[in-house]
Design a binder for this molecule. Sequence first.
Ligand SMILES: [Zn+2]
Length: 368
Amino acid sequence: MAFETVFGQERVKQILTSSLKRNRLAHAYLFHGCPGVGKDAMGIAIALSLICQEKVLGGCRQCSACLAVQRLEHPCFHFILPVPTRPKTMQEREYMDILRDRALQRIGNPYKAITYSPELSTLPIIGIDQVRLMKQEVILKVAGSGHRLFLVSQAEKLTLSAANSLLKLLEEPPPNTLIILTTSLPGQLLNTIVSRCQMIRFDTLQEEAIENALIQKWNVRQDRAKFFAKMAGGSLQTAFNFTEDGFEEKRQAALSFLSDSLDPDILNRLNGVEKLLNGRDRSELQFILQIILVLLRDLLHLKSENREMLINIDCLNHLKHIHTKWPQFDVETGMNGVEEAIDLIEKNVYLALVVTSLSQKFNGATAH
Ligand SMILES: [Zn+2]
């Protein structure tokens, strides 16, 4: 089967297979859809399709061209990712090595989010320098009748100057060059960029596709795979995060933060905030917030007596306790608060502020 490294997304596969076979690809695409549904995976698969010596759709992954793409050493493939700025204390060499390592991780598993150590804590962006490098590449001729491909991941993170510079490239598309932008937030891109690209929407994944991917690709036990697929809300990236070590501990942290936040005693609430923060970084907190979101959805099902819909059945007692103790808790307001908090963390708002404000929001949602 073609594109076997891209899970689900049959409709998208059909569109792109047909364009590839007829040699009718657009100059530029904008792949949009939720995080972790396979936009970058598809971008990489397109690059491999165009560059593979065996001309296999999605790449044979064995010829020297495919291997070079996967090592990020092929001159015709450029993978542009948002990067944090280099701290003054870090040598340029070390910094570049880290960026390269993360890009290799991403190409090895495009469903896994990239994380950086705390010393690289600035919000990752795609800066003007990265777009300038693209433009330098474009001046060089592609060997033979080959194609050159730029895959710009999370294009919403282009700075304004970088976006304007990229726009010029899109306005005068160089020959034999394909530019693929991926984003979960197309509304944050310049309209002028969006209008120059063919848009392709990626749907959230079916639970079954996620379950199969976890089992086949990452050897997750079937019962666990089923559970994480339900938890993941259609994103293989989220499911993948959940399969990493420490899920139980993080779910416990999620439950106790929830209970602490609903407590009328402010000291307990502040204690809850501190316990949740506990030196955790941005991505760990987002992970826990995503778990809270599913726990709250379970709480809604519990309230409306839809028990067969419960996902965290093994936490039933804890959920029942919350439900009985704070029956007036407005769960939907709580869920909105969590979504907002995830968004604020994405925007690099001070973590203590985000968590404190969420705790207040939960508590406010119990008041009548
Ligand atoms: Zn190949």
